[in-house]
Write a protein that binds this ligand. Structure first.
Ligand SMILES: [Zn+2]
Length: 140
């Protein structure tokens, strides 16, 4: 079976084989960013970190094990666990209740996977690019 998604290392731009790398984010950095943002934004239920001008999201990164070390406090997903669209959707549901998620670029990562024309050369990308003509959300 051919995988839907391919993991491309943000460090060396090489494809990451099963068992050779991770998708990870620095959760301590995300927690700090979220605390700082909440101190400014208050408890407005409509305030969204990733939509706030000036808020800098903490980046998810794809990395070979051999291409450096991860953050001390990292949330790590083995690349072989994000090889399909359904797998990625499952991770989205799983991560939804994690407090740090709001301060990360998770939704940008999903968007780059869906629309690789948005300057995506690394990260989680489709093995076979979709029609790049765009269109309404959900129209694939
Ligand atoms: Zn690498």
């Amino acid at each position: 079976m051919i995988d839907d998604l391919v993991a491309v290392c943000d460090v060396c731009l090489g494809e990451v084989a099963d068992g050779d790398g991770v998708l990870e984010v620095d959760t301590a950095k995300a927690d700090r960013a979220l605390r700082a943002w909440r101190a400014k934004a208050g408890v407005d239920p409509h305030a969204l970190f990733h939509l706030t001008p000036g808020a800098r999201t903490v980046k998810w990164a794809v990395r070979h094990h051999a291409c450096g070390t991860g953050p001390v406090f990292a949330y790590t997903i083995a690349v072989e666990r994000v090889r399909s669209w359904t797998g990625l959707l499952e991770w989205n549901v799983h991560l939804a209740d994690k407090p740090f998620l709001a301060a990360t670029d998770w939704f940008d990562l999903l968007d780059r996977a869906l629309h690789p024309r948005r300057a995506a050369v690394s990260g989680i990308l489709p093995r076979i690019p979709r029609d790049l003509g765009g269109g309404p959300v959900g129209d694939t």
